[in-house]
Design a protein around this ligand. Structure first.
Ligand code: MRU
Length: 358
C-alpha cells in the first residue's frame, strides 16, 4: 500500500483523554511545538489567537474543548450539568464569529446532552467523548473525499493557486483546498502550487508553503498583489480555496483577499473552486451579506512582522479577517459528497435531502 502523503494530525486528544493537542500555528514555520491544553480559557485563547485555525480544525478543537469542560463539571444533577455545559458552550462560541464549523461542532455536542436527559451525567460524559472523537475522525474522511473530487477537476502537472491556508493545518489531516494536491501526490502526480502570502497574518507564506514543501510539493510563494501577474503569465490552471461559511445561495466567506482572487480568475478565465465540507454550508444564512465577518486588531496590519511600526500612529486601520465571494464567481463548490455547480440554492437543497437520507 502506498504511504499516505500527509502525516500531520493538527488537532487531537491525548491518550488519557484529558487534554487537547494542537500544533501551535503561530510559531510555524520556525518551530513545531505541540501544545497540550486542558483549561477552557486556554482553548478559547488558542482559537482566538489562531494557534489552532482553519474552519474544520476550529470545529474539532471546540468539540474536544467542550468535552474537556463537560468532564470537569462536578454534579450528578442533569439540569445543573446542562446549564454549566451551555455556559461553557457559549463561551467557546464567542472565540471567533465567521467559521460556522465552530457552532456546528458545539451544537452537535450539545445535542448529545439534550438527547440523553434520561441517562446519568457520567454516561453523557462518555457519549460526549465518543462524539468528539467521531467529529475528528469524520473530518479526516470528509477531507479525503473532497481531495478525490477535487482531483477529478485537474491534471498532472497543473499550476494551482491557493489563498490562505486550507491545508492539513486547517483540518485534522489533508485539508480541503490542498486535499486534491495531496491525494494526487499519493497517486504519483505533481503540481506547481502558487501560495498567496495572505496578509496580514501570512497563513499562505507561513503555513501553506511549510506543509506543501514538507510533503515535497513544488511551491512558489507570491505576495497577494502578484496573483494577477501569475494568472496573466498563464501559470495557473485552477484555483482552489477553502471557506469558513457558505450561504444557501453559494456566496462563500473565506480569508480576506479571496474575493479579489475570484474576480481576477474570472478576468483570466481560470476555474475558481471553493472546497467546503457540508459542515461549512450554513443553509440558515440566505446570502453572503448576512455572514458575520470577524474584525481583528489593527496592530496585525501596522506592527506584526515588522521590526517597528510601519504605519503613521494617527492612521486608521480596517482589518476584516474574511470577505465574501459572490456565488456568480464560483465555478463549483467541492464537498465530500461531490462537485456542486450552479444553481447553488436548488443544488444545496438536493444535496441536503440526499445527505439526510443516507
Ligand atoms: O483566520 P484563519 O486562518 O482561521 O482563516 C482560515 C481560512 O480562511 C481558511 O481558508 C478556511 O478556514 C478554510 S480551512 C479548510
Amino acid at each position: 500500500m502506498k504511504q499516505e502523503a500527509i502525516q500531520f494530525d493538527t488537532v487531537n486528544i491525548n491518550e488519557q483523554n484529558d487534554a487537547l493537542l494542537i500544533i501551535d500555528q503561530t510559531q510555524l514555520p520556525g518551530k513545531k511545538e505541540i501544545l497540550s491544553l486542558n483549561k477552557l480559557e486556554d482553548i478559547w485563547d488558542a482559537i482566538y489567537l489562531l494557534k489552532v485555525r482553519g474552519a474544520p480544525a476550529i470545529g474539532v478543537a471546540a468539540a474536544i474543548g467542550i468535552y474537556l469542560a463537560a468532564k470537569k463539571i462536578e454534579t450528578d444533577n442533569y439540569s445543573k450539568f446542562l446549564s454549566e455545559f451551555q455556559e461553557a458552550k457559549e463561551y467557546l462560541a464567542s472565540s471567533r464569529p465567521t467559521a460556522v464549523n465552530l457552532f456546528w461542532a458545539l451544537d452537535r455536542m450539545e445535542n448529545v446532552v439534550l438527547e440523553n436527559e434520561d441517562t446519568t451525567v457520567e454516561a453523557i460524559k462518555q457519549k460526549l467523548l465518543a462524539e468528539a472523537i467521531k467529529i475528528r475522525e469524520e473530518d479526516i474522511q470528509v477531507c479525503r473525499s473532497i481531495g478525490e473530487y477535487g482531483l477529478s477537476l485537474i491534471k498532472d502537472g497543473d499550476g494551482i493557486l491557493t489563498h490562505c491556508n486550507a491545508g492539513s493545518l486547517a483540518t485534522v489531516k489533508y485539508g480541503t483546498a490542498l486535499a486534491p494536491i495531496y491525494v494526487g501526490l499519493e497517486q504519483g502526480m505533481k503540481f506547481k502550487v502558487f501560495a498567496d502570502e495572505t496578509r496580514p497574518l501570512l497563513q499562505g507564506a507561513r503555513l501553506t508553503a511549510y506543509e506543501l514543501v514538507e510533503h515535497g510539493v513544488e511551491t512558489t510563494v507570491i505576495c497577494d498583489n502578484m496573483a494577477a501577474q501569475v494568472m496573466k503569465n498563464g501559470w495557473i490552471d485552477a484555483i482552489f480555496v477553502g471557506c469558513d461559511r457558505v450561504a444557501a445561495n453559494g456566496d462563500a466567506a473565506n480569508k480576506i483577499g479571496t474575493s479579489g482572487v475570484a474576480i481576477m480568475a474570472k478576468h483570466y478565465n481560470i476555474p475558481f473552486y471553493v472546497c467546503a465540507p457540508t459542515s461549512t454550508i450554513d443553509p440558515k444564512i440566505k446570502h453572503g451579506d448576512d455572514i458575520p465577518i470577524e474584525e481583528r486588531p489593527g496592530s496585525e496590519i501596522t506592527e506584526m512582522w515588522y521590526k517597528e511600526r510601519m504605519v503613521h500612529p494617527d492612521a486608521k486601520t480596517y482589518n476584516p479577517a474574511f470577505d465574501v465571494t459572490d456565488h456568480e464567481l464560483i465555478t463549483a463548490i467541492i464537498t465530500e459528497f461531490g462537485v456542486i455547480k450552479k444553481p447553488y440554492v436548488e443544488n444545496f437543497v438536493k444535496l441536503f435531502k440526499r445527505v439526510n437520507r443516507e
